[in-house]
Design a protein around this ligand. Structure first.
Ligand SMILES: [Zn+2]
Ligand SMILES: [Zn+2]
Ligand SMILES: [Zn+2]
Length: 433
């Protein structure tokens, strides 16, 4: 071997050795053993991928050759895709615009990554934002609402202000005193039903506190012109002012009506009641008296003067008291020089649930001729509910108006429907030529 050939062989040997070392640095033998390199392995702890950064499964890496291995001996080599968990990328969801109210700020439409909650201006998640752009709090925009009186069963309300933006109610135009519809409600004059009082028979007349009224004041049961039960007081000559009797119904006692049916008046503890009486003085002298709810002392009641021959409508309120019922007392406020008859009947506005209605008394007239006017005279309607037996109701309606004049087209039998709210009853009338 000459010198040139020896150098060449040495070069080849060096190259082979170098190649082997380099080869060993990039890879290992099939059995993981490499005669040129001993792996120095470190365990890499697993890490979850985030939206933007890759994660990895647990593996071992060699500080010498940079290889990745499944095992601590470095025998099972891993490809990148076997230990790297790729980043998921943001997945954005849209948040629609949230309108501002008078009490809270709103926000403009924006996007949010469902994984990392990063906020973005755009649907592609290109422009990251710290927070959604705010829409400023609205200021109250107050509109005046005029006072509305209660009508029938419908409540009204006091004058107030309402915000067009947030519907909040205020007592004042400046929006400083907040209120509620309940607080400004005007209670209806009629709560559920209205019925007419059945007055007590004369037997209930008693003096109050020994005033001698019972000797000078008597009461009999009678019927008013419109068919309703009424009480007629007879004031004897010599009756003096301040004599008192109680001669009216107790509000929980059944009353025997003229035709033998019972009417019961519901209790009314704790609730104010309106009463309306029609009072007629058949005598030749003016009479002054006080009418009140006896059990409640001076709570409620009214002083009245009815002139000789006069008929007057008298109203007053029985204020709430602890008792479940009461008698209605009659106290003379003027001396009586000659016998005088006072007739009363009335309405008592009361509360109760209605289950059904029916006719308490038929209309006087059920047969009409062509040219006659329809009339409801004499008709008395009663209601029945779970909390009471029966009460007479005043504010019913009929489908045929009073005063309607029958024509030849009406000849035959007609049904008159009587309605009270959703409850109805009916009766037949006949129209002839
Ligand atoms: Zn290695
Ligand atoms: Zn994300
Ligand atoms: Zn508002």
């Amino acid at each position: 071997m000459n010198k040139t050939k020896r150098i060449f062989v040495a070069l080849i040997m060096a190259l082979v050795t170098l190649t082997s070392v380099m080869f060993a640095g990039c890879s290992v033998g099939t059995n993981g053993q490499n005669p040129f390199h001993t792996h120095s392995l470190t365990k890499v702890t697993p890490k979850a991928a985030t939206c933007l950064e890759d994660g990895n499964r647990e593996y071992y890496t060699c500080s010498g050759c940079g290889g990745a291995f499944a095992d601590v001996e470095g025998t099972v080599m891993l490809f990148t895709n076997q230990y790297v968990i790729p980043a998921k990328g943001h997945q954005v969801l849209k948040h629609g615009e949230k309108k501002a109210t008078c009490n809270s700020v709103g926000s403009k439409e924006h996007y949010e990554c469902r994984w990392c909650n990063t906020l973005f201006k755009d649907a592609d998640g290109m422009f990251q934002i710290e927070e959604a752009e705010k829409l400023p709090v609205l200021s109250h925009l107050l509109t005046k609402v005029l006072r509305k009186e209660a009508v029938g069963f419908t409540p009204g309300w006091e004058e107030h202000y309402v915000c067009n933006n947030c519907d909040t109610l205020y007592k004042d135009a400046e929006g400083l005193i907040e209120t509620t519809l309940e607080a400004i409600k005007i209670a209806p004059s009629l709560t559920d039903f209205e019925y007419k009082i059945a007055f007590t028979p004369a037997a209930n007349v008693e003096s109050i506190n020994g005033t001698g009224g019972a000797e000078y004041i008597s009461a009999t049961y009678t019927t008013a012109d419109n068919g309703l039960p009424a009480t007629q007081y007879t004031l004897k000559a010599g009756a003096k002012a301040n004599m008192e009797v109680e001669a009216w119904i107790h509000s929980v006692v059944s009353q025997t009506m003229a035709n033998g049916q019972n009417l019961r008046v519901p209790t009314f503890n704790g609730v104010a009641r309106k009463m309306e009486m029609i009072v007629k003085n058949d005598g030749a002298q003016d009479v002054s008296f006080r009418y009140y709810a006896e059990n409640y002392g001076d709570k409620g009641g009214v002083d009245v003067t009815i002139a000789a021959g006069e008929t007057k409508t008298v109203t007053f309120e029985v204020k709430p008291g602890g008792s479940i019922g009461c008698n209605y007392a009659f106290k003379l406020l003027s001396d009586v020089s000659e016998e005088t008859k006072i007739t009363m009947y009335g309405y008592f506005y009361c509360e109760g649930e209605v289950d059904s209605i029916s006719l308490y008394r038929d209309a006087d007239k059920k047969n009409f001729k062509v040219g006659d006017s329809f009339t409801l005279d004499g008709l008395v309607v009663k209601a029945k509910g779970a909390s009471y037996d029966e009460v007479v109701i005043a504010n019913y309606m009929t489908d045929l108006e009073e005063g309607y004049v029958f024509t030849a087209e009406d000849i035959g039998t007609k049904t008159v429907t009587v309605a009270y709210g959703e409850y109805t009853t009916s009766y037949q009338i006949t129209i002839t030529a």
